[in-house]
Design a protein. Structure first.
Length: 319
């Protein structure tokens, strides 16, 4: 290359692209799936419990917001009580492995994609079920406190308690997505209707489970005993778990979730069927898992009760 005489001035500098922002190394290479650790898993259990606990006053605020057009929830926010922000913050406290699993499910499309992602990331099923447990117990406690079990029966009582909590939760989900953080009369009505639908499908599933001799989670909580109707001692625990998964997943959680999502969409002015496929997959799988657990617990509880009754009969005969 030919050289030119130095004139006393340097050539103009060649523009250089801004360097890529660096982030601290966390032990995971780009594109590598974060690895689970014992400490991270224990922490995830704690976060799941906290999220479930926050959902209780969150639902209570939603119930108050239904009656006040959202002013109750907005008033709490004005003094710094923001349940939705607390939930979002807790989401960031999950381990890197759990957050990655949750993201894979969130990024999945439709029923098939979501179901596949959840089954490939089973921890998301466990966390979703764990987050709902406190609300289930709160609904059962509410049913017992109002004496609904004695008035309407355990199945209906559990469903009513579940519907009340569901209405509050639906109201807060809608309110926190509105521009003014309030609820119109129509939105409040749709949230209440969502709770009614949840209770109706819960009662249907509970009744079917009762007739089939299956342990229904909400019914057992409402009656305060881990037992069900039917001669469960004559059936295998595995069979009862399968029946429980069918009852809770297909007859309860699936239709409940679909109507909740559709009504929320209408309340927010979205297409009524937006996200229904994802909601269906999540409710079916998580509900099925919880139903299987309920069926197993109910079966074991009934066998224990039958054994105690037989022992009492044997003692009476021997006396």
């Amino acid at each position: 290359m030919a050289l030119k005489p130095f004139t006393g001035e340097l050539d103009p500098a060649t523009p250089v692209e801004s360097p890529v922002a660096l982030k601290p190394f966390d032990g995971t290479l780009d594109g590598e799936t974060p690895k689970r650790t014992i400490g991270g898993t224990i922490g995830d259990l704690g976060v799941t419990a906290l999220k479930g606990a926050v959902a209780l006053p969150q639902a209570a605020a939603g119930l108050a917001s239904i009656a006040t057009g959202g002013l109750a929830g907005k008033g709490l926010e004005s003094i710094g009580v923001r349940f939705d922000d607390a939930q979002k913050f807790l989401d960031t406290q999950y381990s890197d492995a759990q957050q990655a699993a949750q993201k894979r499910v969130q990024d999945a499309d439709g029923f098939v994609g979501t179901a596949k992602a959840m089954l490939q990331n089973p921890s998301t099923i466990a966390t979703a079920a764990g987050e709902s447990i406190p609300s289930m117990f709160a609904g059962g406690a509410l049913a017992r406190g109002l004496g609904l079990a004695a008035r309407f029966g355990p199945a209906a009582a559990g469903a009513i308690g579940e519907g009340i909590m569901g209405a509050g939760s639906a109201a807060e989900q809608v309110r926190t997505q509105t521009a003014d953080r309030e609820l119109t009369a129509g939105q409040a009505g749709l949230a209440a209707l969502s709770g009614v639908g949840t209770a109706a499908f819960g009662a249907l599933g509970g009744k079917v489970a009762q007739r089939m001799g299956i342990g229904d989670v909400d019914t057992m909580i409402a009656q305060g005993a881990a037992k069900t109707a039917g001669q469960l001692a004559q059936r295998s625990t595995i069979a009862q778990m399968a029946r429980g998964a069918l009852s809770e997943g297909v007859l309860e959680e699936l239709p409940q979730s679909l109507q909740e999502q559709a009504l929320q969409n209408v309340a927010l002015g979205k297409p009524w069927d937006e996200g229904l496929g994802k909601a269906a997959a999540q409710s079916l799988i998580v509900g099925g898992a919880m139903g299987a657990a309920g069926g197993g617990i109910g079966c074991i509880g009934n066998r224990r009760e039958l054994a105690q009754e037989q022992a009492a009969i044997d003692r009476a005969r021997a006396a």
